[in-house]
Design a protein around this ligand. Structure first.
Ligand SMILES: Cc1cc2nc3c(=O)[nH]c(=O)nc-3n(C[C@H](O)[C@H](O)[C@H](O)COP(=O)(O)O)c2cc1C
Length: 155
């Protein structure tokens, strides 16, 4: 019985822990929003194939994304994201094992117009502007979770 908790019997391979990895980054100057939208469309397909859930909030200056999935897939995707020229100064804010995904309805959800949602942004942290590096881990997750429920706002 103990083995069943650690091995996926159906697929005959070791069960990988599910992790949640939120990170923040700074957008390049004059961020080309059309490229961000294209990146999100490609990411939807990639994440679906890899069984990864990504939820992204962004404005013209900052990105905040949470990646959820098995540890090795999340690690290798993060390496690709790290190299993307649309942003820099990435900081991993946490890396926790989770039992269930938080953003399970999305392969890649994204809110790219944070300014339109000031009433939500000001609920998290002291700043009325979206500046994810200034938030606590709980505030970051709260903000992402609230946006993930705003279906109409998603690109
Ligand atoms: C803020 C940000 C978030 C990204 N999130 C994802 C993601 O969740 N999934 C994904 O496949 N690519 C994501 N990308 C794009 C990757 O960096 C990369 O361009 C993409 O995975 C395609 O890589 P490939 O051409 O080597 O397959 C993101 C890029 C940025 C700037």
């Amino acid at each position: 019985m103990l083995c069943m908790a650690f091995f996926n019997i159906d697929e005959g391979r070791e069960h990988m822990p599910l992790v949640q990895l939120p990170y923040t980054s700074l957008a390049v100057e004059n961020l080309p929003i059309t490229e961000v939208r294209e990146m999100v469309s490609v990411a939807k397909l990639n994440n679906h194939k890899l069984n990864i859930i990504g939820f992204l909030c962004a404005n013209s200056k900052y990105f905040l994304q949470s990646l959820e999935g098995d540890k090795s897939s999340v690690d290798s995707l993060y390496q690709k994201i790290l190299q993307n020229r649309l942003h820099h100064s990435l900081v991993i804010r946490q890396c926790s094992e989770i039992e269930f995904p938080t953003f399970k309805d999305w392969s890649m959800g994204a809110v790219l117009d944070m300014e339109r949602h000031r009433s939500i942004v000001e609920k998290y942290g002291d700043n009325e502007k979206f500046e994810p590096s200034m938030l606590s881990p709980v505030e970051r997750l709260g903000l992402l979770t609230e946006f993930s429920k705003l279906r109409k706002a998603i690109v």
